[in-house]
Design a protein around this ligand. Structure first.
Ligand code: OSB
Ligand code: MG
Length: 369
């Protein structure tokens, strides 16, 4: 594959409502959109970073500089196969995985288009539709939360995930169970707790949650293994699984019973597939997390979720859950049965609305090979 041109853009696409976690607020998508032109085809990718290092170390600024100073020059100096999917020549780069993933996604999109295969097909996906849930940020009060849940259940979402923190956990969960009974329900703490909260977290056991996501440190495995011995709710790790090696270690030390895979968090689809395979062998279910992506990044998540060990509904909601208008002309829509269709067109299947993309672009830079 001969890369002719790479274009990167910082965008801002506002959310319908700000998204609040235990530690920070996101007002919109601040990702970097990547376009790679090669062999007469165009590939698109998205690095779904935030403006500040609140979810992980990376930001829009770090991803921007690592792309232009390090990753793009490496790509220009590498002979890429036109037919095989592969690990990109970034294995000796430490960290910066979300930045790497944006370029990796664009290469997968190109590979799909050049070989007339969807991303799901290249990955070995086995589903045409994937089950989806919705992730709900922290709300001002319980009534507001209950109303939101009612709306999402009416729309057809299959499971509810609510963000929690120490003063927003047991009580709202109890109210949800009281009002909505046995729905599929899980919580995500984004590292808001410590081992000192073990007894408090054990109070969640009675609610039969599907899981609690990342209760402890964003870079911790060991303390999660200690906590899991004391609580019944299955622990799911998100932030602290950044590579296949971390997945292996976490499973070995019983730090989690479930893994949330976000391809961007782990450096792209190749690493995500490896984690899927490792977990499958150990009978650890995985599900696809989200980073509030546009229709470009979302398409890769949905394709990944078509693999067989994605056994739980993903945080891959329809575009309308996030944006008034997406940057693709074919935004993801929720089917009545609470699923999204896995794209089956060559590449990622996203039809980028280039005029609208231009309007929401804050900065752009083009590199010629
Ligand atoms: O922890 O899963 C998370 C959004 C941004 C950063 C981290 C997380 C999230 C979400 C939303 O929970 C998932 C989505 O709907 O894209
Ligand atoms: Mg999470």
């Amino acid at each position: 594959m001969n890369i002719e041109k790479i274009e990167i853009r910082k965008i801002f696409l506002p959310f319908i409502k700000p998204f609040t976690t235990s530690g920070w607020i996101e007002n919109g998508n601040n990702s970097i959109i990547v376009r790679i032109d090669a062999d007469g085809a165009t590939g698109w990718g998205e690095s779904p970073v935030g403006l500040k290092p609140f979810y992980c170390e990376e930001t829009t600024g770090t991803a921007w500089s690592i792309m232009r100073e390090v990753l793009i020059p490496i790509l220009f100096n590498t002979k890429l196969s036109q037919t095989k999917n592969f690990d990109l020549p970034f294995s000796y780069i430490r960290g910066n995985r979300i930045a790497i993933s944006g370029l990796e996604f664009a290469i997968w999109d190109l590979l799909g288009k050049l070989n007339n295969k969807s991303i799901s097909q290249i990955l070995g996906g086995t589903r045409k539709k994937v089950d989806v849930g919705v992730s709900i940020g922290i709300q001002e009060n319980t009534n507001r939360l209950l109303d939101l849940i009612e709306n999402y259940l009416d729309e057809g979402y299959k499971r509810i995930k609510m963000k929690i923190k120490p003063d927003w956990d047991i009580k709202p969960v109890r109210e949800i169970r009281k009002k909505y009974g046995n729905i599929l329900l899980q919580v995500d703490a984004n590292s808001a707790y410590s081992l000192n909260d073990t007894e408090h977290l054990a109070e969640l056991d009675e609610f039969k949650l599907l899981m609690i996501e990342q209760p402890l440190g964003y870079d911790d495995l060991y303390e999660h293994s200690q906590l899991q011995k004391k609580i019944k709710t299955p622990i799911c790790l998100d932030e602290s699984i950044v590579s296949p090696m971390h997945a292996k270690s976490a499973i070995e030390m019983k730090a989690c019973k479930i893994i949330n895979i976000k391809p961007s968090r782990v450096g792209g689809l190749a690493a995500a597939k490896k984690i899927h395979d490792i977990a499958e062998k150990k009978n650890i279910p995985v599900w696809c997390g989200g980073m509030l992506e546009t229709g470009i990044g979302r398409a890769f998540n949905v394709a990944l979720a078509s693999l067989p060990n994605f056994r739980l509904p993903g945080d891959i909601s329809a575009s309308s859950r996030y944006f008034l208008k997406d940057i693709v002309k074919n935004p993801f829509e929720l089917n009545e049965d609470g699923t999204l269709n896995v794209p089956d067109k060559p590449g990622n299947g996203a039809e980028v609305d280039e005029g609208f993309l231009e309007k929401i672009t804050l900065e752009k830079e083009t590199f010629k090979n």
